[in-house]
Design a binder for this molecule. Sequence first.
Ligand SMILES: [Zn+2]
Length: 379
Amino acid sequence: MRRYLIEILSVSVSVAVALAGACPTPAVARPAQKALDIYFIDVEGGQATLIATPRGQAVLVDTGNPGTRDAERIMEAIRAAGVKKIDYLLITHYHGDHIGGYLELAKLVPILNYVDHGPSVESRLIDSKKAYDAATLSAPHRIVRPGDRLPVRGIEWTIVSSAGKTLEGSMLGAPGAGEANPYCADFAPKDIREGPENAQSVGSVIRYGRFRAVDLGDLLWNWEGQLACPVNLIGSVDLLLTTHHGLAWSGAPALIFGLSPRVVVMNNGTRKGADVDSFKTLYSSPGLEDLWQLHWSANASTEYNAPGRYIANLETPATTAGVIADPPPPATMGKPAADIGDPNHAPAYWIKVSAQPDGSFTVTNSRNGFSKTYGRRQS
Ligand SMILES: [Zn+2]
């Protein structure tokens, strides 16, 4: 099998300035390094993530659900970030909670480049997918494979899964990558037969200097295992977006423990994702400092939800009290959970991450302004 290594070039430039004998000059404040900003947008348990790069480009990963609601929520983040165009629209896969908002969003903002895994493996195509296919006929369109790089300026964007394939070699130079993963002894494949598009998900590792984040879309458990076992191909990261909204069809402990994220953002809805087993895994992940959630989860009731200040969108007191007094049955595989709360609530709040090239980053909840800075990783 052909194996390849992904060479990671350090973008940090070390400048040694020798001014021996120079006259003392007043200290000139250096402008603060521009941040990499990531907006995790509430699309009620789908995905829409806006990445505004330090060099003025924008990448949008997925477009939320069909209709105008999620397209408008994405536009709010686009305006807040000062973005005028989407340089790259990356669609992880073609389920309605990921590509659904495309039809309406494309009317609102220019999209320059399209990135995806290639043809769908499912026959049912929603209107947004048909419109997307039509757009890719006349705009730059790139089908990516593991190991590819997106040419986004100022950051390093590596594809680690796509079209049912995963990396064949480890990410050279990444901390912990290429090492035997001690958590693989307990990894066992799951028999998951539904939603084959999920396993096609385009997964990405995004690096800005020492800061690393990972987003695997809805990649399923067994494919996560390929990235984690027996060798940890990605290494450790600072930030993880939960795979598949925190559903237990994904979120393999061997992957999460191997990535050892400092912060996890869960892109769940009130009843979508956020399985109790996923919370248990995250809370036992070595090195986890905080879990942030896009929504309070009725599945987790009071036992597992993060503290309120880490949750972007809450339910009304009456809804929350009802769930606590009479907990709904837990979501089960293949069985949609009943709706609770108001999915069209306005405003909808996002979680924003601002990362610096030294690896430090700040997470902010736009609902309450609560913000926490995570200093550069010690190791
Ligand atoms: Zn999904």
